[in-house]
Ligand binder design. Structure first.
Ligand code: FA5
Length: 354
């Protein structure tokens, strides 16, 4: 007969061991020692058969209670240790790159923004799309034919002096160039329409242009234009004037007026210069408008029959108008920028205003 088991002492001892267990592994070891197959508790259970029924029932109940108590304590301790172990692992694996960086690098990033010329181009496209035009683009590196020849400006024609052109050292001299205006895109568009069996054209063609112009308050050597072309049956000069007026008020607001002044372009006849009220002085005259109160935005006119001939359109049946004006000039007028060179100096203090 073995000495009777002191159940209370066993429970007290095992709970103290569980309370001081520092890892889930230790909890497992203590639990196995107190409740496992070779534990005094299980041995006591096995010896229950040798007791009389009353003693057997009483001790059996105490042994079961002790097991339940210890299991509950072990569970709580295991859960608490698991949570602590997880937290420690997360802390150890955390990568905080920012802590090593100087303050400036940790401050919120300032977001970039689109350049004023880009947002102006977008707004102009939106205005024209709203008026029923589609948007088309063409190449910046052009041939003499598209930039000049097809536009009724043959080699050595005096009108070439209107566009001081950059030529590329490719092929025969002066045959490949950086386009000096967006008008070559009208030629490409009309050729494509003819190739597709000819149907009406209502398009605007925005893009970058290049000229050997000295930078000043109203000129840059690299600038942007938007070309417009309408070809249909029965188009007249009144349609052109109406389109220019509708565009001016839609884009600049009702207080800005437009006017057309007779001009010359080899590819339109009649031709006009398209001017708007100077937005800097509201028409009274200032340095930017050279004291005239008006700023030239672009040129326009009825498509010259010679251009229709060059692309193979029947000028007896179809008529059309074209216009071309500066996008940078538009941005300048819309935002009252005294000097166009500010647009390309990349001073963020200036650019951030828009
Ligand atoms: C032309 O380039 C013609 N292709 C416009 C045209 C198209 C006329 C269709 C008739 C029919 P012009 O050289 O005047 O025209 O230039 C038109 C506009 O482009 C100018 O009024 C101005 O707003 C802008 N522009 C011209 N050169 C510069 C420059 N160096 N810097 C900034 N803007 C410029």
């Amino acid at each position: 007969m073995t000495a009777p088991l002191d159940v209370d002492a066993l429970v007290a001892e095992a709970s103290a061991a569980l309370a001081s267990a520092g890892t889930t592994d230790e909890v497992r070891q203590v639990t196995t020692a107190a409740l496992g197959k070779r534990s005094p508790l299980v041995a006591a259970h096995r010896s229950l058969g040798g007791l009389d029924p009353d003693e057997r029932r009483a001790l059996g109940r105490r042994l079961d209670d002790a097991r339940r108590t210890l299991e509950a304590i072990a569970d709580d301790r295991r859960r608490a240790l698991e949570a602590a172990e997880l937290e420690a692992a997360l802390l150890a694996e955390r990568l905080d790159l920012g802590e090593e960086l100087p303050d400036r690098a940790r401050s919120p990033l300032s977001r970039g923004a689109l350049h004023l010329v880009t947002t102006t181009r977008d707004a102009l496209e939106d205005t024209f799309v709203g008026m029923g035009f589609e948007v088309v683009e063409g190449p910046e590196v052009e041939t003499d034919w598209y930039n000049f020849g097809a536009l009724n400006i043959p080699p050595a024609h005096p009108a070439r002096g209107m566009w001081d052109t950059f030529y590329l050292a490719v092929g025969e001299p002066e045959t490949v160039l950086l386009r000096a205006h967006t008008s070559p895109v009208q030629v490409r568009l009309m050729e494509a329409a003819v190739a597709a069996g000819m149907s009406p054209i209502h398009a605007v063609m925005p893009g970058r242009c290049y000229r050997r112009d000295t930078p000043d308050a109203r000129h840059l050597p690299v600038f942007h234009q938007v070309e417009g072309l309408v070809v249909d049956e029965g188009i007249t000069f009144a349609d052109l004037a109406g389109t220019i007026e509708t565009f001016t008020t839609a884009y600049f607001g009702p207080e800005i007026h437009s006017r057309l002044r007779p001009a010359f372009f080899p590819f339109t006849e009649p031709s006009a210069e398209f001017e708007i009220t100077c937005t800097l002085c509201r028409g009274t005259g200032c340095r930017t408008c050279s004291g005239t109160g008006w700023i030239e935005l672009g040129g326009c006119g009825m498509v010259d029959p010679a251009v229709f001939d060059a692309v193979g359109i029947d000028g007896e049946r179809w008529t059309g108008f074209a216009f071309g004006f500066g996008i940078d000039r538009c941005a300048q007028m819309r935002h009252q920028i005294a000097d166009m060179r500010s647009l390309v100096e990349n001073d963020v203090r200036f650019l951030r205003q828009f």
